[in-house]
Design a protein around this ligand. Structure first.
Ligand SMILES: C[S@@+](CC[C@H](N)C(=O)[O-])C[C@H]1O[C@@H](n2cnc3c(N)ncnc32)[C@H](O)[C@@H]1O
Length: 274
């Protein structure tokens, strides 16, 4: 897509990140921001405030309790809202025309499964702390989980920043004017970085909490979910970009177990589990 076409398609209204013509563009250069209608603006502000409060409570808990089971739960209370804040922030800065309340990614599959999974993992942590307090004492596994979760967060956000307007939380089966095939940056090394990032973040958090049941359940459910999703997504991408995507797919791994080559289907059938 040419620069003129891009400019014509998206004329920014008000924004902190107005593109300056002389500014050299890099992959991290934000796109432009738009002004929201008041209702959306208030909802976003209220949600961000709530997430900030949860993070604040988590930080206090860790500051007071230190490297203990309670302190680790405090870190969890920081990392969980941080993920949602980054999701929103990446859309707002790099894909501002798609910003909405959904950008916080509170119900990624359109249902309550995400909340249920998080509640179950918190319940597991509480019950196991009560029954086997010693087993929850932080150690190497906790550190490994924390590192995995942080790496996952970085990979996920990097993918969103790199793909910019081509990144859509819903799988596109129609090509928009601002949807280009992304093969550079982190997409050069693997073709589903945001899924790998989310997987690593979610598994890392359960490892950090030393939650064996949730760890196995998350790995199984997420593995199955991403396997189906990438399969469908790749068929849509072949449909949208043709041989360009097929070549890219051939030379770039997924790094997700069981998701390798995908299938070639020129016609995209019925909808995915968006
Ligand atoms: C939630 S994003 C996930 C992107 C990618 N699977 C990842 O894990 O980073 C889904 C959207 O990204 C688009 N997409 C996926 N890979 C892409 C690529 N390499 N270039 C451009 N768009 C891509 C799909 O068309 C879909 O609309």
């Amino acid at each position: 897509m040419s620069d003129e076409a891009r400019e014509a398609a998206f004329t920014p209204k008000v924004g902190l990140f107005r593109r300056r013509p002389a500014m050299a563009e890099r992959w991290w250069t934000p796109v432009v921001s738009i002004d929201y209608d008041d209702h959306l603006g208030h909802n976003i502000a209220a949600t961000a405030c709530f997430l900030g409060v949860v993070m604040g409570v988590g930080m206090c808990l860790t500051a007071v309790s230190g490297w203990t089971a309670t302190g680790i739960f405090g870190i969890y209370m920081v990392l969980l809202p941080l993920y949602h804040i980054f999701e929103y922030q990446c859309v707002a800065l790099y894909n501002p025309h798609r910003v909405s309340m959904e950008s916080f990614m509170f119900n990624p599959d359109g249902g309550n499964h995400y909340y249920q999974a998080m509640l179950v993992s918190i319940a597991e942590y509480a019950v196991e702390c009560w029954l086997f307090n010693n087993a929850k004492t932080p150690g190497l596994i906790t550190l490994l989980g924390l590192a995995l979760a942080l790496c996952g967060q970085v990979i996920r956000s990097l993918a969103m920043i790199t793909a910019k307007t081509s990144f859509n939380h819903l799988i596109a089966n129609r090509r928009e004017v601002d949807h280009d095939l992304i093969t550079h940056g982190i997409y050069k090394y693997e073709r589903h970085p945001s899924y790998v990032g989310f997987f690593s973040w979610a598994i890392g958090l359960q490892l950090m909490l030393k939650n064996p049941l949730s760890l196995v359940a998350f790995a199984g459910v997420l593995g199955y979910f991403f396997c189906r999703r990438t399969n469908y997504e790749e068929r849509t991408l072949v449909h949208l970009f043709g041989p360009q995507y097929e070549n890219y797919r051939r030379r770039t791994p997924t790094l997700i177990p069981f998701v390798s080559k995908g299938m070639r289907t020129p016609n995209v059938p019925e909808g995915p589990d968006n």
